[in-house]
Each structure stands twice: as C-alpha cells, then as structure tokens.
Design a protein around this ligand. Sequence first.
Ligand code: RFL
Ligand code: PHB
Length: 389
Amino acid sequence: MKTQVAIIGGGPSGLLLSQLLHLQGIDTVVLERKTKDYVLGRIRAGVLEIGLVNQMRAAGVAERMDKEGIIHHGTVISYGDDQIGINFSDHVDATVMVYGQTEVTRDLYTAREAMNGKIVFDVEGVQINDADTDAPYVTYTVDGSEQRLDCDYVAGCDGFHGVSRQTIPAETRREFEKVYPFGWLGILSKTPPVHDELIYASSDIGFALCSMRNANLSRYYVQCDLSDKVENWSDAAFWDALKRRIPEEHADNLITGPSIEKSIAPLRSFVSEPMKWGRLFLCGDAAHIVPPTGAKGLNTAASDVHYLSQALIQFYDNGDQAGIDGYSAKALARVWKAERFSWWMTSLLHRFPGQSDFDFKMQQAEVAFLKDNANAQAVLAQNYVGLPY
Ligand code: RFL
Ligand code: PHB
C-alpha cells in the first residue's frame, strides 16, 4: 500500500490530523492497534479550548459538539471553604467548551468513515522504517498477514506507550520527566453536576475535581495514593472522600449515584525533544504528557495537530518546507508553556506526601495572592482558556 502521510494511532490526534489533511486532498492511512470500541471506551479529557473547538469546525465535525457541548465562562478554585471564582471574560475574550474526548473521537471516526478514510484497526508490530531517508515506510501485521505502507511522511500519533517516539535514536532524543507521588481516581456517574462550573478543590486531605459531561452526567476525581487500587474504592468511599474535599455549600448539594466507570490515572509531566526526526513527526501524547490539572493534555495534542497539518498542507500545496522544518520548535514552544501551567496548578492544589509546613504555607500564600490579585487571576484565565496557536 502507498499513501502520502502514514498516521500511527487512531486517537484524537491521529484522527483529527487525518481529517484535516483529507479535506485538503492529502491522502492518509491511520494504523490503530486497538478496536474502535476499545478506543471509544476510554474516558479521558472533558474541556476543549477554543483552538480545538475551531479545528473541529474547520474539520467539518462540529455539528454535534456545537449542539451538545456546554460553553463555560469561568471556573472555581477552592481551598478549604474559601472559593475563588475565575470569570474568564473579566480577563480574556474567550471561553472553553465542555465536551468529552470520547465524543470528539466518536465524531471524528464517524466523519472519517463517511468519507471512506482508510483506518486499519487491530494492527500489531508497527515498525517505522527509514524515517531518516526520503523513502520511509511502515511495516505491521494485521490478521496474521505482514503489510508494508510506503509514504512521504509518518505522523507518530500513538500516545505515550506507542512506538513512534522510540524510533528516534536515543542519542538524538532528550526526555524531560517529573512523576508526581499521587494519582487521580475518577468516576463517571449519571447524576446532575454539583455546580454549573468546574470546581478545582484543594483540602487538607487532598485534591478533588468536580467536572461534567452533560446535565445528567458528572465526572468527579479525588487525589489518591499511587498504590491505591480501584477495587478498594467503593462508590460510598469515593463520595465520602469527595464531599470532604469540596466546599460545604457544594457538598451539601451533591447528588450521588452508582458509578458507571471508575479508574485511576497516575500523574506525570513528560516532554521528548525533538518532535521531528527526518520524515517522522511526533504529535500529542507520543511526545508529551501533562498531569490533568488544568485540562491541557488533549488541547496540547490539538495544537500539535494544527502546526503539523498546516506544515503538511503548505508543503503539498507549493513545495514550501518551512512549516515542516519549523514544526518541532514551534510545537515545543507551546508545549512547554502548557507543561508549566499544568505543573503549577498541580503543585498548588495537591497535598504532597511528606509536604513540609513551609511548603504548605507557600501553597496557602499563593492561593491568598490569587484570591486578591486580578493580575494573577488573569494569568490563570489566559492559560486555562488556552494560549494562542
Ligand atoms: P491517545 O489518545 O493515547 O491515542 C493514541 C492512539 O494510538 C494507539 N496506539 C497505537 N496504534 C498503532 N500502533 C501502536 N504501536 C500504537 N500504540 C498506541 C492507541 O491505541 C491510541 O488509540 O493519544 P493522542 O491522540 O495524542 O491524544 C492525547 C489525549 O488522549 C491525552 O492528552 C488526554 O486524554 C490526556 N488525559 C487527560 N487529559 C485531559 O486534559 N483531561 C483528562 O481528564 C485526562 N485524562 C488522560 C486522562 C490520559 C490518560 N492516559 C493516556 C493514560 C486519563 C488517562 C487514563
Ligand atoms: C474532565 O472532565 O475529565 C476533566 C476536566 C478538567 C480537568 C481534567 C479532567 O482539568
């Protein structure tokens, strides 16, 4: 088989890239190692920056998002019973949209399939070959048969555990990592959200987040130990932990119900440089991970897709390589700012094991400063709604 751009990974990055390129007449093949149902069974991000919302519109896949997505004009940071309302419009001319990553991915699959986009599921043993030459190709196995895909370029959109990043020789790659000593235990429940805005809550016993998917579907998280197991958290224990971490006013109004999904995610900051090697580009979680505090994971993947799709469109349009050559530096400049914001919000709002009294006072002072200082709130608002592309 032959294509212009071979895309490894059928998550949101790979699908959005495939759709945007297709609309400009650029041929792609997406190779995904799981089934579609498996990919759509993953519950992940929930908050879309305007940059991603606009890309969904440009990709012609925004109809359901624009109908069902919920525009948010602000968010709440709480520390004990103290609440700081961050009203985005006081500081920036932008909002965010609450619409789950699962739905973004579903809409992209629907569009790709309607346009006969080539997506191969259940691929095994993907290997990227000769990416440092002018004739790269990808080999893989599907249904027990070995396949070869020749291409001009390879887009590595295969997430943190994919093969693309490992294809870049170790001596060329530089990795930066911070692993946090806690995780997030998340549940999805068919209950109305406790508040119409998201609440990022810091308390003496740890962090909690109240989020949502729609008027009758809530997503909640509590900080947990890295050694915790989902099986050891009953729904009752989860609701109890959540209530004790959010302001009393909201705890009193919280409607609980059975969880329909429950999972634990570790928290990590990670960046791999460069994001381009020869004719291989890295995109999204394949190149970088953020802790979920601040909702930057999916949105940073989307800004990579923006830069990469523009670069490839420019090249196929008139042979101009400038975007391709500049992709890594351009993407990384924005990635590092999202890394900083996610790290800052994580550091501010979580209880760290062995945290000293001094460190605790620093968190309190930072929250007090944020509460009283419009400039500090503006910095938060600017980063939360998303830095410009
Ligand atoms: P994805 O979504 O991981 O998709 C990568 C796809 O590549 C496939 N794949 C391969 N395919 C072929 N061959 C291989 N060798 C392959 N290896 C992997 C995978 O099956 C998968 O389908 O990466 P992408 O597209 O870059 O999208 C990034 C986002 O998914 C990610 O940034 C966010 O979901 C991060 N994230 C969260 N972000 C938030 O903003 N808020 C959240 O609440 C939130 N929760 C999460 C998350 C990430 C998690 N992971 C990765 C463990 C919760 C979890 C559990
Ligand atoms: C979510 O709804 O899953 C969500 C929202 C905001 C975050 C992280 C996760 O910062």
